[in-house]
Structure formats: structure tokens, C-alpha cells
Design a protein around this ligand. Structure first.
Ligand code: ADE
Length: 241
């Protein structure tokens, strides 16, 4: 499996044979590497690594903890609920990731970051620089790690229990845009359906023509490609918020 993120592994680099494209290294700093096994080990994300277009690895933050319990968190100065991830283990993990890939950029998913958009995914995929993604847990992190962070982002206006799910969303959105990942579709074709950071897709149908009492729009059965394109253009709108 190309996506090697499991409990026992702090870093497994897989040297892959490069065929047509340079592979993108994606390193994930997390306390829960096993969360990534299913997501990175299936479907397009797995295929991308199997083809040598991307290389995933997890760095287990616990390995950089201090004391016999490998502590990575502590209480906040000034009081408050919960625990914060300490700066020292996070920075040590980032430094290891940077040693593996000095050009890589460091990302921090946080509800305080800027809203992550399709244009960010396009920029990161085109850039082809490696990604180092930190996955915070508990009630947050020591703010001083921001010196080592290039970009922080939020995936929506809600709060999750940690950075793993946002990291997976970032990875999925970038990897699908890497040249060669989506088989027959060129990125230019994909991009033609993306405007102003609103990604819009027209409704689609497959057999049968009638399902229960629901009919496939007749224009799609017409064989008239100009009319089909025109109809699809009228359907390209996102749901109203
Ligand atoms: N961590 C917790 N909630 C988040 C969000 N909405 N976006 C990014 N990171 C987060």
C-alpha cells in the first residue's frame, strides 16, 4: 500500500519510481496516524500513490513527547479548559519533516485560519512543493508554533475535534488535481467547471431512463451535444446557503 500511516510507524518513506511526473511528498504530523490508513489507502488517493504521483507519510507526534509518558500537551497559561499541544514536540516534528523535504510548506488546520478554497487546492497542486500538515488535537496548540507555519486554514465555519479530517480534505482536494491522477480527464477540463471558487457540477444521470416515476431529462437522451452542453450550462449553480 502506498499510504503508509499506521500506529507503529512514525515515518515510512516509500521511494517510488517516477514515471512522467515528479511525485509530491505529503507528510502528516498527527497523534492518530491510523486515522489516515483507510482514507489514503483506497480509491483515487491510493491510486495516486500507487502510480508514484504522490508519497504519503505520517510522523507520530507522540515520538517527540517528553518524559516516560511522552507527554505532548500541557495546561494553558492564564487558565482555561483543556490541554494545549506544547510547542517543543510540534516544532521537533516539523523539523524532522523539513529535513525529509526542505522545500515543503507547513500547513496548520485551525478554525482560526482563512477559509480553504478550490483556488488554494489548485495553487498547491500546481506548485508541486511538498506539504507538511500539522493535525492539532485537544483544545489547541501553543501559538508560538506559528513561526514555523506557512499557512493556516479552516475548512468551514464549524469546530471539529482535531485537524485530521481537515488534513484529509486538503490532501484529497490537492491530490485529485495532480497531473495524471484523474485518468482520462485533463486538469483543464476539470477547471472549466470551476469559477470564482464556487465549484459547480451539473446533475448527471445513468440507466435506467425511468426510475420509479423519475425520468432522465429528455435533452440528455437527444444525442445533440450542443443542446446538452447548453442545458448543462443552465444547471451549473450551487445550492443556496
Ligand atoms: N480544527 C477544528 N475545526 C476546524 C476547522 N473547521 N477547520 C480547520 N481545522 C479545524
Amino acid at each position: 500500500m502506498g499510504a503508509l500511516c499506521d500506529k507503529t510507524t512514525s515515518f515510512i518513506g516509500v521511494v517510488l519510481v517516477l514515471r512522467y511526473y515528479r511525485d509530491m511528498k505529503i507528510q502528516i504530523i498527527t497523534l492518530f496516524p491510523e486515522m489516515f490508513t483507510g482514507v489514503l489507502g483506497n480509491s483515487m488517493l491510493w491510486k495516486a500513490s500507487d502510480k508514484g504521483l504522490v508519497e504519503y507519510s505520517c510522523i507520530n507526534l507522540r515520538d517527540f513527547g517528553s518524559g516516560p509518558r511522552k507527554q505532548v500537551d500541557d495546561t494553558p497559561y492564564g487558565g482555561g479548559d483543556g490541554m494545549l499541544l506544547k510547542a517543543e514536540p510540534l516544532v521537533k516534528a516539523i523539523e524532522q519533516a523539513k529535513a525529509n523535504d526542505p522545500e515543503a510548506r507547513v500547513f496548520l488546520p485551525t478554525p482560526r485560519g482563512k477559509l480553504y478554497k478550490q483556488s488554494d487546492a489548485k495553487r498547491l497542486a500546481a506548485d508541486e512543493k511538498g506539504l507538511i500538515i500539522i493535525c492539532p488535537r485537544y483544545e489547541g496548540y501553543d501559538e508560538r508554533i506559528m513561526r514555523w507555519v506557512d499557512e493556516s486554514y479552516r475548512i468551514g465555519n464549524y469546530v471539529l475535534t482535531g485537524g485530521e479530517l481537515p488534513a484529509m480534505i486538503l490532501i484529497d482536494s490537492v491530490v485529485r488535481l495532480l497531473p495524471g491522477v484523474l485518468g482520462g480527464e485533463s486538469s483543464a477540463e476539470i477547471e472549466s467547471f470551476q469559477a470564482d471558487d464556487i465549484t459547480i457540477e451539473f446533475p448527471q444521470y445513468t440507466r435506467p431512463e425511468v426510475f420509479q416515476d423519475l425520468q432522465v431529462p429528455s435533452v440528455l437522451l437527444s444525442g445533440n451535444h450542443a443542446e446538452i452542453e447548453a442545458w448543462r450550462a443552465t444547471q451549473n449553480y450551487p445550492a443556496v446557503d
